[in-house]
Structure formats: C-alpha cells, structure tokens
Ligand binder design. Structure first.
Ligand code: E4P
Length: 221
C-alpha cells in the first residue's frame, strides 16, 4: 500500500521522505492556507522532493473552471501533479475531460460507494473516500472502503482507492487490511506508526548491556 502525506508543510514532507516511507502527497485548499505559502511555489517544491503523485485541488465549482485550473496545475509539474476535483456532477464532468486529455485526476470528498462508482466510470486515477469525516458522524468510514474495494474488483476498474481523512495509525492499519491502494494521513499519524513502547524498552536494555562489555563497534584500527 502506498502512503501519502496529507500536508503542504515542506519541512514535514522532507523529514518523512528521508525515511523512504512516503510515496506521494495530498493537499487541499485548507492545507495550502495553513502552510501560508504560494500554491504554485509550494506544490512545485513538493514535487521536486517527493517525486511521486502530488494532488493539488481546483477551486472552481463549474467543470470549465476546474478543467482550466487542472491544466494550469499540471503545468507546475507534468509528471507528478495530480488534479484534485470535488465529487459533484461538475467535478465528474471535469474528471472525464481531464482524464481524456491524459491528466491524472483525484476525485475528492467521496462519501458513498455510488459516488466512487461514478468517479471510476469517469476515468479517475484516484478516488478519495473520507473515512475520518464519516467516523465523526458516528458512521463506519472503513465500511465505505470495503464496499468500494468490492465494486472496483467486481468490474476491474483501474481507479486506485486512496483512503483519505485518515486521522491516526488505526485508520492506516484498517485501510491496509482491507486492501486500499493508498492511504493519505497527516505526518503525525505516519510517525505514530513507527512507535512501540517495547521497541524503546528493548533498545534501552540492549544498549545498557552493550555498555557493560566495554567494547566498541564499527571503529577501524
Ligand atoms: C484528502 O485528500 C484530504 O486532504 C484530507 O484527507 C482531509 O482530511 P480531514 O478530514 O482530516 O480534513
């Protein structure tokens, strides 16, 4: 499963990228606003660092505007930029047109399996079902991922399931168990995947015992 960082914070992205554990990045207008950066500049930098799919979101509400903005976003980096459009009728229309032109499209704000089915029919590269926001309403976000997985496999759609609005390591684990193609999560949740108290405790014991031997390791001569 690919892991995307859900952030426009370039420093956070660089730290994760240095570990070799992220495959791409997703942004949205809220995350760009939070970064305080110029959209074009920050997306370009992210593409240079990650060298994987980087989603940038359109802000028009009509298909024509989304298509224009999508083409503009792709000019930032025609290899890595992915055009993100909302799951509205206009967004689906824009997805169809942009996909026909060969642009990768991420259809966002998906909250039902029927919406995901339509996005796949319109040629979406990624579908982004928002699990955390469904959980916020006491609904089962992960059930949506399971349903979409079944539908896409039934009809062999190429659209990749990008589990979005993942809020912590449990969402990431559940998405992986279901067979989501990608999960996007805030950096904090990705760092939490690494942590285990028994790893810390075990390492401390090993280092304490090693010190008792009085030996050195890795020094030449
Ligand atoms: C996905 O691409 C979105 O940017 C994101 O996952 C939304 O997450 P949130 O519901 O925590 O805002």
């Amino acid at each position: 499963m690919d892991i995307f960082a859900d952030t426009a914070d370039i420093e956070e992205i660089k730290k994760l990228n240095d570990l070799g554990i992220i495959d791409g990045v997703t942004t949205n207008p809220t995350l760009i606003a939070k970064s305080g950066r110029d959209l074009r500049e920050v997306l370009g930098e992210i593409c240079d660092v990650v060298r994987g799919p980087v989603s940038g979101e359109t802000v028009s509400t009509d298909a024509e505007g989304m298509i224009r903005e999508g083409r503009w976003l792709r000019e930032i980096d025609d290899t890595y930029m992915v055009v993100k459009v909302p799951l509205t009728a206009e967004g689906i229309k824009a997805c169809y047109q942009l996909s026909q032109e060969g642009h990768p499209v991420n259809v966002t704000l998906c909250f039902s399996a029927n919406q995901a089915l339509l996005a796949a029919k319109a040629g979406a590269t990624f579908i982004s079902p928002f699990v955390g926001r469904l959980d916020d309403l006491s609904l089962e976000g992960m059930q949506l991922i399971e349903d979409i997985r079944i539908i896409y496999e039934n009809y062999e759609f190429d659209t990749r399931i990008l589990t979005a609005s993942a809020r912590g390591p449990k969402h990431i684990l559940d998405a992986a168990k279901i067979g989501s193609d990608v999960v996007t999560a805030p950096p904090k949740a990705i760092w939490q995947m690494l942590q285990h108290p028994l790893t810390d405790k075990g390492l401390k014991a090993f280092l304490d015992d090693w010190e008792k031997t009085g030996q050195t390791l890795g020094q030449v001569g």
